[in-house]
Design a binder for this molecule. Sequence first.
Ligand SMILES: Nc1ncnc2c1ncn2[C@@H]1O[C@H](COP(=O)(O)OP(=O)(O)OP(=O)(O)O)[C@@H](O)[C@H]1O
Length: 258
Amino acid sequence: MPLAATAPPILSLRELSKRFGQTLAVDRLSLDVPRGSLFGLLGPNGAGKTTTLSMATGLLRPDAGTAVVDGADVWADPPVAKARMGVLPDGVRLFDRLTGAELLRYHGLLRGMPEADVTGRAGELLAALGLAEAASTLVIDYSAGMRKKIGLACALIHAPRLLLLDEPFEAVDPVSGETIREILRGFVASGGTVVLSSHVMELVESLCDRVAIIAQGRMLAAGTLDEVRQGQPLQRRFLDLVGTQALDAGSLSWLRSS
Ligand SMILES: Nc1ncnc2c1ncn2[C@@H]1O[C@H](COP(=O)(O)OP(=O)(O)OP(=O)(O)O)[C@@H](O)[C@H]1O
């Protein structure tokens, strides 16, 4: 029996809920992520993906429910839980008055890494992600894709066993996208676990072995790729579960009249 089938999940969310005023962003959402999986979290805009990941990573306090990382409760024991994960938050809120190299160094030292390791790994990460030439550039002057990549490097530098990545491929060019896919596959092959959110079905279908589809804060389906797809392309299954929004007849007619 594979390890993932017998070991406890590396991430376990139980009945997580979060309300913003009138909006119930996440509604009693439960999810288990087995060790060694490359897990895709899918959902339309506003589904609650970022809110869920923020609660799972200790960035946003849930109204109710629990998040447990490798046995450590994220909200009862944050230092232990946070040490076990690498996080790429939504929008990548970074200290952007630092250079790329300084930001990576800051993250490594903050994680308690020895100075020499930080320097060595920072150089390797910058090179692998095509940021070596921008190492001395202030992050505020980075493009959106470069910010995503430096954010990913910061999440990786302490070699966590669990990566939680909010839209890691957003704004990233195809060459860097392939590098990131390679890094994530290698990470999982060596025993790591990745949870990523995305809108891009083809990417999730080709990269992830497990997926969950959420909409309006609720879990609609979760399991292996094949269990969720049920013999259909993921895109079709996603649209069936989430529902399509047909344009009313005559809607946007002004756009078609010249
Ligand atoms: N800080 C906030 N204040 C008020 N409402 C919020 C806040 N953050 C999220 N929301 C609302 O909660 C819901 C879920 O948002 P969330 O950002 O989690 O969705 P998402 O699935 O990540 O969307 P997207 O794919 O567009 O990034 C949305 O209705 C959003 O407007």
